[in-house]
Design a protein around this ligand. Structure first.
Ligand code: G16
Length: 543
């Protein structure tokens, strides 16, 4: 096996976004594209020499080919070992767990999350640090700089490694250990939750549907929910991972998981339903007749986590991304917990978790997690809900209703405008940015503006500053509008408009969300001129 040095030149646009580098699969398949970026990862972390990495992905189209390239480049870079999930599969939270548990030097995760997979769809790659969490901005900036300076990469000339068999083989001087992707993760879940109580719940006839959306969580959910916990066979839907996710978007929201939402709203609703995404870090929670918004889910979990063994000692604190609703803030205030507001991107929770300042955190984009790993974790959220339902004896609707009565309700929705011409999206953002100073004091249907700014985050642990993290406008009614451009899109710009209204009148908290948010939606248009500037008449996706 010979190590060769391949001459290459910089490829424009390899700047990691909210969560690593995401592009069309065909872009990744261009000559040198993946190799340049992998070499830039090694260069950005001070080389691969002597290091141990975890590598795995969500099984989407090109996952298998990309892993073989990464293995040959790790071997050429002098890595001593790579731990790979069997068949190249690892959910993102399982990869995070392995990176931590095996005390490795980090890992590479291949996924474009909830984006569709296939030759004409999306692919992605990101590096996670030895703490198991996504690389912070200083590291991804170094990688980006390395992509601009690259002149060559090193790779081993070798046959493919057989990733179908568990065990250790070698590639040149490097060990390749193929592991069961589920076992370590399942063991961690068993430590955190009262599996006995959840088992009893199912034994009493409690019904569940978990939609794995043809993505990576299928094997995890089948093993844990049906295998260990005794949910009836067939509770896990779409449980076999496929490279194109059955032709759909593995995105757990009411749009892409509509059949599941229709099921819980109909006569045959199970007691509890949930879905996860392509790489298993997102979640959607449903009960008989109810959809729980991600922001509400975080708040309910924060208020009830003490009922679960892994969190019985109480929470150190909580955090949410800035666009996430303030529902969890109200729990934190009532319970005397610290509450942090971070920019969008799971990487911003890492320091708070490592420093022991927070135990739970979450985002409006269907992500919830805790200090058990350094990624959001879909199946973990499902198990936490199940454990709380088992311990409280309440239904999802009862828990949510009681929560709103106690803390008030943050009505919430997000409008996405996808593949907008970048120039138009930027013009709209510039227009709002330019008007921020004059907004305060003005009155809109949503109320009087009390605050308008561009969010910047000062990390309390390492003192780093992240500016330009979204435009937010706060109203005296408790309402809020946030405008941001997505950092995960692969085509043009995606405008996200986050809309929130607060209500604590016990009669009005059960209002229809679209009615409760109508004034806020009207106000967002008045402030942004989105329709006139982009020519769009309505959002592509509403969650
Ligand atoms: C990623 C990040 C999340 C972020 C989401 C949406 O999630 O890890 O922190 O909230 O993207 O980001 P944006 O609004 O910039 O598109 P995932 O599940 O796609 O890895």
């Amino acid at each position: 096996m010979e190590k060769i040095r391949v001459e290459t030149s910089a490829i424009a646009g390899q700047k990691p976004g909210t969560s690593g580098l995401r592009k069309k699969t065909k872009v990744f398949m261009q000559p040198h594209y993946l190799e340049n970026f992998v070499q830039a990862i090694w260069n950005g972390i001070g080389g691969a020499e002597g290091k141990t990495f975890v590598v795995g992905g969500d099984g989407r189209y090109f996952n298998d080919r990309a892993i073989q390239v990464i293995l040959r480049m790790a071997a050429a870079g002098g890595a001593s070992k790579v731990i790979v999930g069997q068949d190249g599969l690892l959910s993102t939270p399982a990869a995070s767990n392995l990176i931590r548990k095996r005390k490795t030097d980090g890992g590479i995760i291949l996924s474009a999350s909830h984006n569709p997979g296939g030759l004409d769809e999306d692919f992605g790659i990101k590096f996670n640090m030895p703490n198991g969490g996504p690389a912070p901005e200083d590291v991804t900036n170094r990688m980006f700089e390395a992509t601009k300076a690259i002149a060559s990469y090193d790779i081993l000339e070798a046959q493919d490694v057989d990733l179908s068999k568990i065990g250790t083989t070698s590639l040149g001087e490097m060990d390749v250990e193929v592991v069961d992707p589920v076992a370590d993760y399942a063991a961690l879940m068993e430590k955190l939750f009262d599996f006995g109580a959840i088992r009893e719940l199912f034994a009493r006839g409690f019904t569940l549907r978990f939609d794995a959306m043809h993505a990576v969580t299928g094997p995890y959910a089948k093993a844990i929910l049906e295998g260990t916990l005794g949910a009836s066979p067939g509770s896990v839907l779409n449980g076999v991972p496929s490279p194109d996710f059955g032709g759909g978007h593995p995105d757990p929201n009411p749009i892409w998981a509509k059949p599941l939402v229709d099921l819980v709203m109909g006569p045959d609703a199970p007691d509890f339903a949930a879905a996860s995404d392509g790489d298993g870090d997102r979640n959607m929670i449903l009960g008989k007749g109810v959809y729980v918004t991600p922001s509400d889910s975080l708040a309910v979990l924060a208020a009830n986590a003490h009922l679960v063994p892994g969190y019985a000692k109480g929470l150190a604190g909580v955090a949410r991304s800035m666009p996430t609703s303030g529902a969890v803030d109200r729990v934190a205030q009532a319970r005397g917990l610290s509450c942090y507001e971070t920019p969008t991107g799971w990487k911003f929770f890492g320091n708070l978790l490592d420093d022991g300042r927070i135990t739970l955190c979450g985002e409006e984009s269907a992500g919830t997690g805790s200090d058990h790993v350094r990624e959001k974790d879909g199946l973990w959220a499902v198990l936490l809900w199940l454990n709380i339902l088992a311990a409280s004896g309440k239904s999802v609707a009862e828990l949510l209703g009681a929560h709103w009565q106690e803390f008030g309700r943050n009505f919430y929705t997000r409008h996405d405008y996808e593949a907008v011409e970048s120039a138009k999206a930027n013009a709209m953002m510039d227009g709002i940015r330019g008007s921020l100073d004059t907004l305060v004091g003005q009155t809109f249907p949503a109320g009087g503006v009390t605050m308008a700014d561009e969010f910047a985050y000062d990390d309390p642990v390492d003192g780093s500053r992240s500016a330009g993290q979204g435009l937010r406008v706060q109203f005296d009614s408790g309402a809020r509008v946030v405008f941001r451009l997505s950092g995960t899109g692969t085509e043009g710009a995606t405008i996200r408009v986050y809309l929130e209204a607060f209500e604590n009148d016990p009669v009005k908290i059960n209002a229809d969300p679209s009615e409760a948010l109508a004034d806020v939606i009207e106000t967002a248009e008045a402030i942004s001129n989105l329709k006139a500037i982009t020519g769009r008449t309505g959002p592509d996706v509403t969650t």
